[in-house]
Design a protein around this ligand. Structure first.
Ligand code: SF4
Ligand code: SF4
Length: 438
């Protein structure tokens, strides 16, 4: 069987990250494949639910990834506290000599792929590099499920995500791709006026605040977290860069906590948000190792956990990275220094992080929904992946079935195939999306 062709035809992309096309990632020859079930973002429950309910599928996907990359072994990485998931995964790998389980502490960002590579292999992915530079491929457990399904000809049409926060019934469910987010929020139930709420797409740390509740679910949407607009975390996440700069100049005391707690700095990549704060406030002076800026993964530890003054070094790091890229500076592939000797101690416990974020009351289960979601209309984006937008292969007025290909990756370009998520008629095709009416 041509595994990569099946994965490509099914439009599988990294479900837990930025949507890198999986058939391209798995072209590499690797020593080890890591199934990422760590899900470190507070409040999200997708990985845990997938491992508890779809263990065999995840292992089938992992075996395919191990086979196609020629890896010597596959390792399922999940947290020690996921007792039910551990039990299910142990059952699913029983008797498979080349598969094993790696248990992680409950810290953030345990699910960051560079962190997981370090924890399992002791190797550091260089700045500007990828896990494959140290022989590893990391794949989220939902992606592995999609790989397994692709081998039987089932394309990616739905995305599992958690809907939680200020909702009546937190839930994890499979949403048709292209479904307006507001439908999922309504399903989970809201009290009062929706206009009083903001929604974080993704996790509270790395997610973004979406103002348009009619925005579609994509292949990478991991969660919807509903919070009141005046919740302190929403206020912080939505502060302007102008305000962040003024605050950096006026308030940052250079205490260095942000740099000491930065997980990428701990790995030896010399990521120094305190120096970035100084440089941004004072016209770019003061950064002695700018390559480290490229290793910032925007995890938010510096801003939402380390800084006692509520400053936002992560926003400054992102702005600086953009400036460097715009001026044509590219990351140099290297590891600046050895990892901290006490790397396993400089870790942010998720329970403390949740307290800092004022999210304790929302730290509840979000069980897997047993109902199936129906949709009247879906608006499926042509770009839900890294690479070029897909090219429509259907016409307005055409009838399509769920699972039928509606857009194909541009010839010779990095991209992914896209399929209808519901039965219906193509209502509209724009440069950005295809709308299907049920
Ligand atoms: S932790 Fe806050 S105050 Fe301290 S150096 Fe970092 S940004 Fe400045
Ligand atoms: S967001 Fe802050 S803590 Fe996270 S990698 Fe970037 S600089 Fe480090």
């Amino acid at each position: 069987m041509d595994i990569l062709k099946h994965i490509s035809e099914a439009g599988v992309v990294g479900a837990g990250g930025a949507g890198f096309p999986t058939h391209v990632k798995l072209k590499a020859k690797a020593d080890i494949v890591l199934a990422n079930g760590a899900e470190c973002e507070p409040l999200l429950r997708v990985d845990r639910m997938m491992m508890e309910n779809n263990a065999e599928l995840i292992i089938a996907g992992l075996e395919a990834a191990v086979a196609v990359t020629g890896a010597a072994k596959g390792v399922v990485c999940l947290k020690k506290k996921y007792k039910a998931a551990i039990h299910r995964m142990e059952e699913a790998i029983a008797g498979k000599q080349n598969l094993e389980i790696f248990l992680m502490d409950n810290y953030y960002p345990a699910g960051d792929e560079q962190q997981i590579v370090f924890d399992v292999t002791g190797k550091v992915v260089p700045t500007g590099g990828l896990p494959i530079d140290v022989g590893a491929v990391v794949s989220n457990v939902s992606t592995l499920m999609n790989i397994a399904q692709s081998l039987t000809g089932i394309p990616v049409t739905h995305k599992y995500l958690t809907v939680t926060g200020e909702v009546k019934k937190p839930v994890t469910l499979a949403a048709p791709i292209g479904l307006p987010m507001i439908k999922l929020i309504e399903l989970a139930g809201v009290s009062g006026n929706l206009e009083d709420y903001a929604v974080i797409v993704g996790g509270p740390m790395m997610g973004y605040v979406e103002n348009n509740l009619f925005a579609p679910v994509t292949k990478t949407t991991g969660g919807l977290i509903l919070l009141k607009k005046d919740h302190p975390h929403i206020v912080r996440k939505t502060s302007s860069l102008e305000k962040d700069i003024i605050m950096a100049r006026a308030v940052c005391c250079q205490c260095n906590y942000c740099t000491m707690m930065c997980p990428r700095n701990v790995l030896g990549l010399k990521v120094e948000p305190n120096k970035a704060m100084r440089a941004f406030a004072f016209n770019g002076k003061g950064i002695d190792y700018q390559n480290g800026i490229f290793s910032c993964c925007n995890c938010g530890i510096c801003s939402y956990y380390a800084c006692n003054f509520n400053l936002k070094p992560n926003a400054v790091m992102t702005a600086l990275k953009e400036q460097l890229l715009k001026s044509g500076i590219k990351p140099e592939k290297k590891v600046a220094q050895p990892p901290a000797s006490n790397a396993d101690l400089i870790r942010t416990p998720v329970s403390r992080l949740i307290q800092r974020l004022n999210l304790e009351k929302y730290d509840v289960d979000a069980p897997l929904a047993e109902y199936k979601i129906t949709a009247d209309t879906v608006n499926i984006p042509l770009k839900m992946h890294i690479g070029a937008p897909a090219t429509p292969v259907v016409q307005a007025g055409q009838h399509v079935r769920a699972g039928e290909k509606i857009a194909s990756m541009a010839e010779g370009k990095l991209g992914a195939e896209i399929h209808a998520s519901i039965d219906g008629t193509i209502k509209e095709i724009t440069a950005a999306a295809i709308t299907i009416q049920a």
